[in-house]
Design a protein around this ligand. Structure first.
Ligand code: NAI
Ligand code: 13P
Length: 347
């Protein structure tokens, strides 16, 4: 089991889907690590067999990985090291608020035992249009006062779990937390870069999912690679405009969490958001595609982004077209025709 020293507290990953399991597997190389699954059977399988076949078939997990289905046991684990522990929240955006509320309750009176909280979700809250950092701030409560941040970047869980190379970015206002995250994840096939532009990193992760749906629709319609390249490039411009309006740095969008994740998700066959677009382009309905519980956060996020963009007075033609197709009954080809028919403009 890895040694624990003054800079090396335990890691508890909360959420045992594909990404949480892959991240916990990396952390096991560096620190004592426990994975929390809300589902008892999943926790038992990880603990007993070191597999999570429902999310990462054919992957043998680290023999030292601990697992539990008790959230309080997971928080106890993170707090019980000789130095403060790191929490990584790896649930989808829709579960972030409720999980943060539970974490806040569970950590009361022992916040000094946690060095930081990192989330990995990509999206804006459907009901409020808020970013993950705003949700976490509200749900954890101002009194908790634990450094926090976001981990993002182009990273299909399956490839990461197979040990293939990957580059990620951790963004936080806290230099100590950025270092702690590097300490927990960087090394071998995994590179972790740092940033202090939390808003830029979160906006990139959220909006690339919408652009991936747009590219999937285009490819599903058979519109060709020129169309896909145009959507990626103009999608990046749209992401950057929206981010700037929220205070993000434009340069962040040319990094791993913007362009990097956009290219991966818009073109990679493992992307669930791209798959949604492909299936829509081939004529299936959104409710049918999502009926099996597919985690594709771009669909919900598109509506939240469009609403927020309207109040910020930012033009988002691709996001609007995706919303028209997904929620307003406009046919995919009709939306493409409308996009192409807009006035000519400067790049
Ligand atoms: N799969 C990937 O390659 C990557 C995913 N992400 C992001 O990480 C987040 C998680 O994604 P995945 O692991 O792929 O999703 P997933 O669908 O594979 O797993 C989600 C897990 O969260 C659990 N969960 C859902 N709501 C919950 C709640 N309210 N409380 C507790 N547990 C809850 C589910 O039971 C499941 O175990 C998403 O926001 C995704 O965008 C980020 C980078 C890569
Ligand atoms: O965010 C991801 C890779 O960085 C995963 O993308 P999907 O959610 O579209 O599968």
């Amino acid at each position: 089991m890895p040694a624990t020293n003054a800079h090396n507290g335990p890691v508890a990953v909360l959420g045992a889907g594909a990404w949480g399991t892959a991240l916990a597997n990396i952390a096991c190389d560096h620190r004592d690590t426990l994975l929390w699954a809300r589902n008892k059977e999943v926790a038992s399988e990880i603990q007993a067999k070191h597999t999570n076949r429902g999310y990462l078939p054919d992957v043998a997990l680290h023999a030292s990985m601990q697992a539990t289905s008790g959230l309080s046991a997971a928080l106890d684990y993170a707090c019980a090291g000789t130095s403060p522990g790191l929490l990584i929240l790896a649930v989808p955006l829709a579960g972030l608020r409720s999980l943060c509320e539970l974490v806040s309750e569970g950590l009361a009176h022992r916040t000094d035992r946690i060095s930081g909280i990192i989330w990995t979700c990509k999206g804006l809250e459907a009901s409020s249009g808020k970013l993950p950092s705003q949700i976490a701030q509200e749900a954890l409560g101002a009194d908790l006062n634990i450094p926090s941040g976001v981990l993002s970047g182009p990273s299909f869980a399956r490839e990461v779990a197979q040990g293939l190379p990957v580059a990620l970015t951790v963004a936080s206002q806290s230099a100590a937390l950025r270092s702690s995250c590097i300490n927990a994840l960087h090394g071998g096939a995994v590179r972790v870069y740092t940033s202090d532009d939390v808003v830029g990193v979160e906006v990139g992760g959220a909006l690339k999912n919408i652009m991936a749906i747009a590219c999937g629709i285009s490819d599903g319609l058979g519109l060709g690679t020129n169309a896909r390249a145009a959507l990626i490039t103009r999608g990046l411009a749209e992401m950057t405009r929206f981010g700037e309006a929220l205070g993000a740095r434009p340069a962040t969008f040319y990094g791993l969490t913007g362009l990097g994740d956009l290219v991966l998700t818009a073109t990679g066959e493992l992307s669930r958001n791209r798959l949604v677009g492909l299936e829509i382009g081939r004529g299936r309905s959104l409710s049918d595609i999502l009926a099996g519980g597919l985690t594709a956060e771009g669909a919900r996020c598109a509506q939240a982004v469009l609403l927020r963009a309207q109040s910020l007075k930012v033009d988002m033609p691709i996001t609007r077209a995706v919303c028209e197709v997904l929620f307003q009954g406009i046919s995919p080809i009709g939306a493409v025709t409308r996009l192409l028919a807009r006035e000519a403009t400067t790049e």
